[in-house]
Design a binder for this molecule. Structure first.
Ligand code: PFF
Length: 453
């Protein structure tokens, strides 16, 4: 088999995978879902989803990638030649491309807001109306959001062109520690605000009465998106893991880092919001309307603090988004490079240009094209729903079925135990989850998301 690059170190591999997982999903959805669905009770359920279903599927993706040492579609051709399993890989590549195109639009917004924060552009604003107006006029305009999306994709492109070791791994080793530092500083600042305790209570007070079966399934969907599962992103990264990497341990580290960042994001957002009496909601409006307002009000007495807090927060968001866009780009680039035999450079350009074109459509769907609908949704929402509600759960389900039922058990064992060098006391439980629990649980999310339940 041809020589293939590897990540240079175990920590580099963990940080790259964690960089993929930690993204906008952690910051705009998790805290809100937690607050509204039973606080600590939701966190408890979310942890069960992560550890019981998310991690086994992540380990399955890791095994598929590392064993085949190929991109996600190529992996199935190596492991199951001549079978239709390769379509699971194709679907993953397509999902990666589609998510990258609309995710980059929002990622681009984080750059605009970083610039606004840097130039102290929010300082004169005092009323929530002003923030709403600013966001509405920015996101619906034609050129500016496209320009930022373009910048974000070009930045992502540059890292991808620099390669797996010098680009992806090195950037993760710099950006992830920076992200941890920022997130801890922001959480400490937020906790010192008067009335911060109410925010913590909202976030953590366990209320099991709010936990319905739907909430359970919501937690699973969130766990899935947040861990970057279902499209072969982590299997592509695992194809660059070394022989000595401990797959279960890497998966546990990624799960812990991802959950830690999501919970700390809640500790930043809720104490600040409650201290100024604003009730936070989910989605883009939380990040781009509510929070800039909250930061101005919360730290209004000390303008320098308001300035620094906003600036650090938007840099944090941009970093989180950046390590995720890099991972999605790599899924598609590796596929085009290895399967269609284009040079890595050309493959990367094809992805970047394609995403810019589709990203322009997504961006325009907030403004001039807002009346254009597919299945009742604008282009951005359509791509979002198609990927996160259909393609990712379906991909995840098929990955667990593939590993649990189809793949030779010796391959699965050798990958997880590094050729019997590691002890794997839970191997039987792992296989049982992949065979039964994960496919059934994911079909439930799927059914719920499609509105059948
Ligand atoms: N996990 C990322 C987030 O939480 O924002 C989103 C994501 C990245 C999903 C990469 C899928 C993926 F392949």
């Amino acid at each position: 088999m041809k020589e293939r690059v590897n990540f240079g170190s175990k920590i580099g591999a963990i940080l790259a995978a964690a960089g993929s997982a930690v993204g906008l999903g952690n910051i705009w959805r998790f805290p809100y879902e937690t607050g509204n669905h039973g606080g600590a009770a939701f966190i408890f359920i979310y942890l069960i989803c992560i550890f019981l279903i998310g991690l086994p599927i992540m380990i399955a993706e890791f095994s598929i990638g590392r064993h085949s040492r190929a991109n996600t579609a190529g992996a199935y051709k190596v492991l199951a030649p001549g079978t239709p399993w390769k379509y699971v890989g194709y679907m993953g590549v397509l999902a990666g491309f589609l998510i990258l195109s609309f995710y980059s639009v929002v990622a681009g917004w984080t750059l605009e807001y970083t610039l606004q924060a840097l130039s102290n552009g929010f300082s004169g604003m005092t009323q929530s109306k002003e923030f709403t107006l600013f966001f509405a006029s920015f996101s619906s305009s034609t050129f500016r959001p496209i320009l930022w999306m373009f910048c974000f994709l070009i930045m992502t492109h540059i890292i991808i062109e620099m390669g797996v070791k010098k680009g992806i791994e090195k950037s993760a080793k710099i950006m992830m520690p920076a992200l941890f530092l920022l997130i801890v500083i922001l959480a400490v600042c937020s906790l010192t605000l008067p009335g911060a305790g109410n925010g913590l209570e909202f976030l953590f007070k366990p209320d099991f009465s709010k936990v319905t079966p739907k909430v359970f399934m919501g937690a699973m969907g969130q766990a899935f998106f947040s861990l970057s599962l279902g499209l072969g992103c982590l299997s592509t990264y695992a194809s660059y893991f070394g022989k000595e990497a401990n797959l279960s341990r890497t998966a546990i580290s990624v799960g812990i880092i991802d959950t830690f960042v999501a919970i700390i994001a809640g500790i930043i957002i809720f104490p600040a919001a409650f201290s100024v009496g604003i009730s936070p909601d989910a989605g883009p409006s939380l990040l781009f309307i509510t929070l800039p307002n909250v930061f101005q009000l919360a730290f209004g007495d000390i303008p320098l603090l308001a300035y620094l807090f906003s600036l650090m927060f938007y840099i944090l968001l941009a970093l989180a988004a950046f390590t995720s866009t890099i991972s999605m780009h790599e899924v598609v680039t590796a596929f085009i490079h290895e399967e269609w035999k284009f040079s890595r450079r050309k493959a990367a350009w094809m992805v970047t240009v394609g995403c810019i074109v589709l990203g322009i459509c997504s961006s325009l769907s907030f403004g001039p094209w807002s009346d254009f609908h597919l299945f009742g949704l604008n282009i951005f929402d359509f791509l979002d729903s198609l990927t996160s509600k259909i393609m990712l759960p379906l991909g995840g389900m098929l990955i667990s079925i593939f590993t649990g039922w189809y793949l030779d058990r010796r391959i699965v064992w050798n990958e997880i135990s590094n050729e019997s060098k590691l002890k794997v006391p839970l191997f039987k439980a792992y296989i049982f989850i992949l065979k039964y629990i994960a496919p059934i649980a994911i079909s439930l999310i799927f059914i719920k998301e499609l509105g059948i339940l």
